[in-house]
Ligand binder design. Structure first.
Ligand SMILES: NC(=O)c1ccc[n+]([C@@H]2O[C@H](COP(=O)([O-])OP(=O)(O)OC[C@H]3O[C@@H](n4cnc5c(N)ncnc54)[C@H](O)[C@@H]3O)[C@@H](O)[C@H]2O)c1
Length: 428
């Protein structure tokens, strides 16, 4: 499952693939990383990170660990302090090769990173994903992008179009939907698709947790800086937590149902325990019932309320039994065909990058475009139902004209939208 190729394998196909993909140059033309760029005489794959936070830094390490031919050469973030901290932390890796000239700060940092590399890692808050993904594919770069892919219908449409363009241009597009790359989850899903629990009739996915981090506002921060630093709590930035966090569970529902996506949903949701203004305006719980053309249903729950029962588990109920997945390592089938995953844990985050870079070297690019866009839309559709109290169809969500947040960016005033009220907040 971890197809790491030696850096000397497939050199020819890799070279032509990088070229064909629109990469500006092979290592012979790129000198920013110093003397070790000609690793064993092979081409080097230059990687840049946009969004130097926790997950972006993790993804950068996984990219650097995906082969001797990979170099991290550029960093971009909207904030200098976030970039500096990541640069310091990442610099211990042997494949770190970021010089000062390739550190970019500001809202346009992503463009400069994209110009400097062959592969871009996109790990900002999801609001910026469609714009940055479009730009990367337009520039002919391979992409790893964190979930979720967008926060609104127009954003999902842009992601779908960019994913299609990536296919046409033979560019790799790997997503941070890590369970798709998790060995035990793959085994479980293969059994479910093979009929181990019979016909899947119902899926029950849950992401109930306590609270997450929050940075108290500092006097010098503008509204924009405050919101960016606390992006989880603003729908235009995160999509709300049923999109930002629970999208992993929704993607698992899609896996159980062999990539069938719902036709409509209704929901309950609100904000009861986390009501202070420092937590922006998102809800702290959502309960969504999704319906499918096949007759299946998905019951979807997520909650972020301190001191409440945590549960992160995903069930599928079939005509012959049940399947259960808990996080990365607990996978089980109950009923006629009992089974439990008893193998070693695997590292899904590393596998994402191993498979991404292997696909680039081989000239057979991965493309996660379809499920990554649709699982994101499933979350957005649930939020629309939760905020409005109305039934929302897949087509309504996909064709929605509502663009969340500003369309141009600067550090300045930015009012917080009101908390949605079901029955009063309109569908747009
Ligand atoms: N796959 C997973 O298991 C997983 C886990 C955690 C986070 N994530 C996802 O990864 C993404 C990042 O999450 P995180 O936890 O790293 O958040 P974070 O706040 O730690 O990092 C986000 C970084 O992006 C920067 N940023 C914000 N706007 C930017 C812009 N316009 N241009 C450049 N940089 C910008 C921020 O300054 C920050 O450094 C989110 O989409 C999140 O949902 C995925």
């Amino acid at each position: 499952m971890n197809p790491i190729e030696s850096s000397n394998q497939n050199t020819n196909s890799r070279r032509s693939f990088l070229k064909g993909a629109g990469a500006l140059a092979t290592t012979a033309l790129w000198t920013g990383a110093g003397s070790h760029v000609h690793a064993q005489g092979s081409d080097v794959i230059r990687v840049g990170l946009v969004g130097c936070g926790g997950r972006g830094s993790g993804a950068a390490v996984q990219a650097m660990d995906a082969g001797d031919d990979v170099r991290l050469v550029a960093l971009g973030d909207v904030f200098q302090d976030r970039l500096d901290a990541a640069r310091q932390n990442l610099s211990v890796n042997k494949n770190f090769a970021v010089d000062q000239a390739h550190c970019f700060v500001g809202f346009d940092a992503f463009q400069k990173v994209i110009e400097s590399v062959d592969v871009v890692l996109l790990a900002t808050p999801p609001h910026f994903r469609p714009m940055q993904l479009e730009a990367a594919i337009e520039a002919g770069k391979h992409v790893f992008c964190e979930k979720p892919m967008a926060v609104d219908g127009p954003g999902v449409r842009r992601v779908m179009a960019a994913a299609q363009k990536a296919k046409e241009k033979k560019l790799a597009l790997c997503s941070g939907f890590c369970y798709r790359y998790n060995g035990p989850t793959r085994e479980l899903m293969a059994k479910v698709h093979d009929g181990a629990i019979g016909q899947v009739q119902c899926v029950h996915v849950t992401y109930n947790t306590g609270g997450l981090w929050m940075y108290p506002r500092q006097a010098a921060w503008t509204d924009m800086e405050w919101q960016l630093r606390n992006w989880l709590y603003f729908t235009w930035l995160s999509g709300d937590h049923n999109v930002e966090q629970h999208v992993h569970s929704l993607d698992t529902a899609a896996m159980y149902l062999n990539n069938e996506y719902p036709t409509e949903c209704v929901a309950h949701g609100g904000r009861q325990a986390r009501t202070e203004p420092e937590y922006g305006h998102i809800f702290d719980h959502h309960a969504v019932v999704y319906e499918y053309a096949s007759g299946a249903r998905c019951f979807s729950y997520c909650r972020q309320q301190p001191d409440t029962q945590s549960d992160v588990s995903d069930w599928a109920f079939g005509t012959k039994g049940r399947a259960l997945k808990r996080s990365f390592n607990y996978h089980e089938i109950l009923g006629e065909n009992e089974w439990k995953y008893r193998g070693k844990p695997t590292d899904a985050y590393q596998t994402e990058h191993n498979e991404l870079f292997a696909s680039i070297r081989k000239g057979e690019p991965v493309n996660d475009g379809d499920f990554m866009a649709k699982s994101t839309l499933m979350g957005i559709m649930g939020r629309m139902a939760s905020y409005t109290g109305k039934k929302i169809t897949w087509d309504m969500a996909l064709n929605s004209q509502e663009v969340l947040g500003p369309t141009s960016y600067e550090m300045g005033p930015l009012p917080v939208p009101p908390v949605a009220i079901p029955g009063k907040t309109p569908f747009v």
